[in-house]
Design a protein around this ligand. Sequence first.
Ligand code: M6R
Length: 366
Amino acid sequence: EKGGYDHFMLKEIYEQPRSIRDCLRGRIYPQQGNVQLGGIKEYADKLRNLDRIIIVACGTSWHAGLVGEYLIEEYARISVEVEYASEFRYRNPIITEKDLVIAISQSGETADTMAAIELAKEKGATIFGVCNVVGASIPRVTHAGVYTHAGPEIGVASTKAFTSQVTVLTLMAFYMAQQRGAITQSKLIEYLTELDAIPTLIEKALKTNDKIKEIAAKFKDSRNCLFLGRGSSFPVALEGALKLKEISYIHAEGYPAAEMKHGPIALIDAEMPVVFIATKHSSYEKVISNIQEVKARGGRVIAIVSEGDTTVKDMADYVIEIPQTGEAFVPLVATIPLQLLSYHIAVMRGCNVDQPRNLAKSVTVE
Ligand code: M6R
């Protein structure tokens, strides 16, 4: 059942070109510049008149929510708040009938996310679900939703479910932008054409596997690791850190790159690798300065860069080149090498990657 792979996690990492294609199927029409989301189409009016969206989730799904915040704010121009379901439910949050709550959950069974939904529903909000498991508890209690169609995810560490959640949120951002007239038709055509090509770019990103294995061998004995990114690559850094700690038991933290000098910089030495997402997008120059700051302090840098980049190559200890994408789609491609890096490090450390200690695939108790 592992399809020739050593672990479910690796199989699921390699499934991503397929799972994202499945997620996009019948939902985007690039030539017409049209997004169709059958599951939420009855709410098109609501989406036109919305002032605020609250995203609730836990763990990796919460990271997907953070990517969603960048995309929805950028393209649909609706204000978004992203909350840990466990905090939201106990905070007496301000919610009205005007609000839209988007609950993200792979399993559709997470207890805190379920409770957050119930609370928001009582206060009259409209609830959308972004779930993977069809017919699970969460999709049954939401008003509407969009399934991710990633297929069953067996590895406890989420991989393909994450990228398909990000894909759905990208679709939602463009759908809302379209409904609200926040985007021109020609821009939509351009973005949807790029989105349609993402599965092919992920296939290319998977080809970094051998190089990543070599890098993993150098860093497998690290005790700590820092992941840094800016903009929508910040949640990618968080997800990279979570993946590494879950399956390899190496202490890892993700930070917005600019926050480094507000604390984590104190940790930098030759023993702690710093992983940067340094693709050629709007914050590229800023990230380069952050890399220089780490190098100046004797840190070791692994950088995820856009294909053909030479500037970062001259500074970083190791670079992993991924195909260049439009800014909206970096999280989908930049996540791939981070998944592979965690996987190889964990395997080299002899860890049980599919079933890490103390973790459950779905957390049905709070
Ligand atoms: O099923 P859910 O998406 O609601 O699960 C949320 C988290 O428990 C889950 O993402 C967890 O963080 C994973 N172990 C991440 O790999």
